[in-house]
Design a protein around this ligand. Sequence first.
Ligand code: F6R
Length: 610
Amino acid sequence: MCGIVGYIGNRESQPILLEGLKKLEYRGYDSAGIAVFTEQGLEITKTVGRLANLEGRLSGDPLRGTVGIGHTRWATHGKPSDVNSHPHTDNTLKFSVVHNGIIENYLELKEELMHKGHRFLSETDTEVISHLIAVEYEGDIVKAVQRAVSKMRGAFALGVLTEYEPDKLVAVRYASPLIIGVGEGEKYIASDIPAILEHTRDIYILNDGEMAVLTRDSVQLMTIEGNLISKEMFHVDWDLMTAEKGGFDHFMLKEIHEQPKAYRDTMRGRMSEDGRSVVLPELKMTPDMLRGFKRVHIVACGTAMHAGLVGKTVIEQLARVPVETDVASEYRYRSPIITPDTLVIVVSQSGETADTLAALREAQRCGARVLAITNVVGSSVAREADDVIITLAGPEIAVASTKAYTSQLIAFYLFGLYWAQANGTKNEAEIAHILAAMESLPEQVEKILAQAEVLKGVAESISRHSSLFFIGRGIDYAVALEGSLKLKEISYIHSEAYAAGELKHGTLALIEEGVPVIALMTQEELYEKMLSNIKETKARGAHVLGIINEGSEGETAKSVDRQFAIPRTLPILTPALSVVPLQLLSYYASLALGHDVDKPRNLAKSVTVE
Ligand code: F6R
């Protein structure tokens, strides 16, 4: 996720901007830049790579001035490169913009501007914003920004400067966080508190649809329509470490809570405006090519593989194409049968996992077209695949994957629906129905998160056991596998995930008095069968926690010891909700046992060896 810092005051801005960007480094980025008002006017220095590269460029040729904006970029539109880095400017070089978020209609806007003679240097959506503001400028930067913003759809946090009004810094927030820092004779903007914590603890937190006009001595707050507002100042008493984690105790907990945003960001711009179809303009393969694929191999590792297991059901049910799934480390050694009509889908948060990359190369060597679902633009997997769907989870720092996994699920839903459109296996009304349910997922996750305390209690009792079981049927089984992996990796408690109907073929022997069993029971068609399987475990003394759909509490209470209800959604979408309580259970179990939640033993975030 990108980082923004801005400064207007009486001190040199360059060191303040660079220090601020350094404080955001933990979030991950691929390029960086700053724009400063110097005696020559608005000057920009930016470069791909680490902040050290930017510092290197600036050391010989510093930008001297007391007003500036800075940015660290995590690529979404266009690869990481010097020219795609922020800040961006317009053809007159009089305006400069830093931006976090995504402008959904940037291609439309760009085309209009190109007709008017504008030339664009980058592949980014942000460059369009600086041009748009320049077009709208009639002597008042605040009005120009408001008019420009009214034409934009999507998510944006903006910092805007213009050479015409060098004593103003304009900030806008819409669905991407932005704060204003208040100091004596100086003001700041930032995407996150750590960037400015060294200078001030007094901040205004902008809400969606609000903007601020900063001078050295004032902060004017208003809506993006121009209505003045007032708000309470927030005094931050966090230390730097807590601020980096957004006030959460661990990155994992922060990332679990970021899932509603990750869902919204991954869906944004990928549904038609009327909500009746999926649009995936990033795909190079045409609907005709898609219709030509007769089978699919989904290949990935670990948690990404578990997302692939959900993806299998999604593609099979929606597009009616048969899917095989493989762990990447096995795939290329089993001589997979890859025909010209096989589509290989690789899934990888980092895009750098050695086994996944090797599987991708093997598939391409055998003539397959490869679609990658990855979270990192410019990663090896993203560069080498023939088609890419980027998940917009933002950088994931905790080793245990949470928001990346659920964003992969969203990517599978979108792709499955897109394929169903092409194949005609779902009609427009059915697609609209599923999309509407998907749009409710973020709010439904928020409801689950609000009940975290309940799960904390359950996790504490689980943490006293040395072994437990996750069971489920159908798509619930895929989620059981992910729940079990999450628990193992951060709490070090042994657990196994079983297809519930399979228990009686051997594993039931391990169930004895008091063994915890977590039963996923979200699939109505399989509910009765699940009840029978639960009875088999209870008869041997198991202590069962049921993960159920809201509304079935009364019925299920007779069969389980405890239950946790998730909001109702369509059966195929339940994994996007049912995994959240399992993530929280693992987190709290690890916490209860005093483990290093974010950096579990023996594990690395990105596994670049085979
Ligand atoms: C578990 C986890 C791992 C990764 C796996 C693949 O929480 O994060 O199982 O999912 O190492 O990593 P990526 O997705 O980066 O290819």
